[in-house]
Design a binder for this molecule. Structure first.
Ligand code: G6Q
Length: 544
C-alpha cells in the first residue's frame, strides 16, 4: 500500500501557509543585498556530497526560506515516501506498481522484496547476461550470419527506451569503442531509420529492439523495417537470430517477432520507461562502453541513491534541488527551468531530462484524484553551453520571464586542447554571476553610455541559478547526475502530492492515431471535428 502521508492538502499545510507569507517578505530581496550582507553566503549556501559540489547561493532564498522548505518536506512525509519507494511499496498507485529503479543498481547481496520475492538476484542475473553478450560482441566472437563481426549497433526504441540510451551513449562517448558505430532509431518517420542505416552493411549490423511492452507502434514499425532491411541482403530468416536481440518484459511478443528468447534481456514492471537507462534498456550503452564502465555507472547511481536515502534533508542534494524547483514554480510563478550543461558530451542531457521531469510531474490531479490548485512540474529545457549564450540567454538575462537555471560543469576536460577548457569554465561562472548581480543603471552610465541607451543595457540581475561542479565526466559521474535528477523529481512529486510514475497523458493521442491510421488505409471513415476531417481530407488529396 502507498504510504498515506500527508494528511492535509498541500495548500493547507502549516509550512505552505508560512511560505506564502514568507514569500511576501522576501520576493523583492535582491541577491546583491543578500551577498553584500553575508560575505560567506557562497560557502554557506553550498554543499558537497558524493563528489558533486552544488552552489545554490545564487537563489532567492534566506535561511528562513530554507527552514520553511525543509519543514514542508517533513510535513509532506518525504521521509516516509523515500522509505516506501526504496522498500518496494506500490507507490505508483494508479498502475498498482512498485517503483524500484533503485533496485537496478543495488549491490549483489541486497534484499529488496516485491510481492514476497527478492528481486536483486534477477537484476544481477540479467546484468551478467548482458555483460557476457557485450563481451562476445565487442571481442568479435559473436558473428553475423555471414561470419562477419558486428561493427554497427542500432538501438530501436522510443521514449524511455531511447532517450536514456542516446543520452548515455553521447555522454560517455569518450569511453566508447571507436571502431564500432552506434545509432538510435526512434521516430516512426521513415527518415529516422533510412538515415540511421544509409551507410551500414546488414552483414555487420546488430539491432537491439528495446521495448518494455514490445507493442509500441513506432518501435514495432521500425523493427519490422529493420527485419526487411536485413533480410533483403542476408536472405535467410535464420539470420534474424544473429542480427536481432530484444530488451523487453514481453517474451511472448519477442518470440512472435522471431527473436530467440535466449537473446532477450528482461526487466520488470517496477521499472518505469524513463527510469530504465540502467536496466537492460542500457544494453547499447554497455556495448559501447563495456561492462566494467557500465558497472561503474551503476556504482555512481548507487552512491546518489544512498545519499538521497540517508542524508539529512538540509544536506541532501536531490532534496534541496527539488525544493528549490517547488519554490520557484509555486511562489515566483516560474514556469520553466533551464538546464545548461557546459560539456559537449552532455548535449542530449536536457532532452533526457525533459522526459524524466515532464512526464513524471506533468500532472494536474493529486494521488487522491483531486484537481490541484497550484502549479506542478516545470517545463525543462536547455542546450549545452556556450552555444545557448549566443541564442536564447538574452531572454534569461533581460526578458520578462523568471527562469531558474542549473549550470553543470566539470573541472577536468576529457579533451584538453589549448585553453578551451578554461574559456568554457570562465563562461559558466560568468553567466551565473551576470544573472545574479546584473548591471545597474549607474554602472552602465559610468561606462559613458548615453542616457537613451541606458535602459537597454541594464541587467536587472536577481535571476537565480544553481551551479553543479564535478571533477570529471566519468561513468560514475553520469550515474550520480541522473540519479540526482531522478530523486529531485521524486521530491517535487511528493510535495505536489502527485504520482510521478504514471503517464496516462500519453494514451489519448495513441488511441486516436490508431483510428486515423485505419482511415488513411481506407478502412472505414472516422467521425471527427471539422478541423481534423479537413486536414485528413487534404492530406489524402495532396498525397494522391
Ligand atoms: C516512459 C514511458 C514511455 C515509454 C515509451 C516506450 O516512462 O512509459 O516513454 O518508455 O512509450 O515504451 P516501450 O518501451 O514499451 O516501447
Amino acid at each position: 500500500m502507498a504510504t498515506q502521508v500527508p494528511s492535509a492538502p498541500l495548500t493547507q499545510l502549516t509550512a505552505w501557509k508560512a511560505l506564502e507569507s514568507h514569500y511576501q517578505q522576501v520576493k523583492d530581496l535582491s541577491l546583491r543585498t543578500l551577498f553584500a550582507e553575508d560575505p560567506k553566503r557562497g560557502e554557506r549556501f553550498s554543499l558537497e556530497a558524493v563528489g558533486i559540489y552544488l552552489d545554490y547561493s545564487k537563489n532567492r532564498i534566506t535561511e528562513e526560506t530554507l527552514r520553511l522548505l525543509l519543514q514542508l518536506a517533513e510535513e509532506s512525509g518525504l521521509r516516509q515516501h523515500i522509505d516506501a519507494m526504496f522498500r518496494g511499496d506500490k507507490i505508483n498507485v494508479t498502475e498498482n506498481r512498485a517503483v524500484l529503479h533503485t533496485a537496478l543498481r543495488a549491490p549483489r547481496g541486497a534484499d529488496i522484496q516485491v510481492d514476497g520475492r527478492n528481486v536483486v538476484p534477477e537484476v544481477h542475473e540479467v546484468l551478467d547476461r548482458m555483460a557476457a553478450f557485450s563481451d562476445r560482441v565487442r571481442s568479435g566472437e559473436w558473428k553475423g550470419f555471414t561470419g562477419k563481426r558486428i561493427r554497427n549497433v542500432v538501438n530501436i526504441g522510443i521514449g524511455g527506451s531511447d532517450l536514456g540510451p542516446v543520452m548515455a551513449y553521447e555522454a560517455l562517448r569518450h569511453y566508447s569503442r571507436r571502431d564500432m558505430v552506434f545509432r538510435f532509431v526512434s521516430n516512426v518517420d521513415g527518415t529516422d531509420f533510412a538515415e540511421a542505416t544509409i551507410d551500414l552493411d546488414p552483414e555487420e549490423t546488430l539491432f537491439i529492439i528495446s521495448s518494455k511492452t514490445f507493442t509500441t507502434l513506432e518501435t514495432m514499425t521500425n523493427a519490422q523495417t529493420a527485419r526487411e532491411w536485413s533480410l533483403k541482403k542476408l536472405g535467410d530468416p535464420k539470420a534474424v537470430a544473429k542480427h536481432f536481440v530484444a530488451v523487453s518484459t514481453n517474451a511472448a511478443e519477442v518470440s512472435k517477432f522471431g527473436i530467440d528468447t535466449a537473446n532477450m534481456f528482461g526487466f520488470w514492471d517496477w521499472v518505469g520507461g524513463r527510469y530504465s537507462m540502467d536496466s537492460a534498456i542500457g544494453l547499447s550503452t554497455m556495448l559501447a562502453i563495456g561492462p566494467d564502465n557500465f558497472r561503474k555507472m551503476l556504482a555512481g547511481f548507487r552512491e546518489m541513491d544512498e545519499h538521497f536515502r540517508t542524508a539529512p534533508f538540509e544536506k541532501n542534494l536531490p532534496v534541496l534541488m527539488g525544493l528549490l524547483t517547488v519554490w520557484y514554480a509555486d511562489f515566483f510563478g516560474a514556469e520553466t527551468v533551464a538546464v545548461l550543461p557546459y560539456d559537449q558530451y552532455l548535449k542530449r542531457f536536457p532532452a533526457y531530462l525533459q522526459q524524466l521531469t515532464m512526464e513524471s510531474n506533468g500532472k494536474s490531479v493529486t494521488l487522491g484524484g483531486a484537481r490541484v490548485d497550484y502549479q506542478t512540474g516545470a517545463i525543462f529545457w536547455g542546450e549545452p553551453g556556450t552555444n545557448g549564450q549566443h541564442s536564447f540567454y538574452q531572454l534569461i538575462h533581460q526578458g520578462t520571464h523568471l527562469i531558474p537555471c542549473d549550470f553543470l560543469g566539470f573541472a577536468k576536460t576529457l579533451n584538453p586542447l589549448g585553453n578551451h577548457h578554461d574559456l568554457l569554465m570562465a563562461n559558466v561562472f560568468a553567466q551565473g554571476e551576470a544573472l545574479a548581480f546584473g548591471k545597474t543603471p549607474e554602472q552602465v552610465k559610468a561606462e559613458g553610455t548615453p542616457d537613451w541607451l541606458v535602459p537597454h543595457r541594464v541587467f536587472e540581475g536577481n535571476r537565480p541559478s544553481n551551479t553543479l561542479l564535478l571533477e570529471k565526466l566519468t561513468p560514475e559521474a553520469l550515474g550520480k547526475l541522473v540519479a540526482l535528477y531522478e530523486h529531485s523529481v521524486f521530491t517535487q512529486g511528493v510535495i505536489w502530492q502527485i504520482n510521478s510514475f504514471d503517464q496516462w497523458g500519453v494514451e489519448l493521442g495513441k488511441v486516436l492515431a490508431k483510428n486515423i491510421i485505419s482511415e488513411l488505409e481506407g478502412k472505414g471513415e472516422g467521425k471527427h471535428d471539422s478541423s481534423t476531417s479537413a486536414l485528413i481530407a487534404r492530406y489524402q488529396k495532396l498525397k494522391g
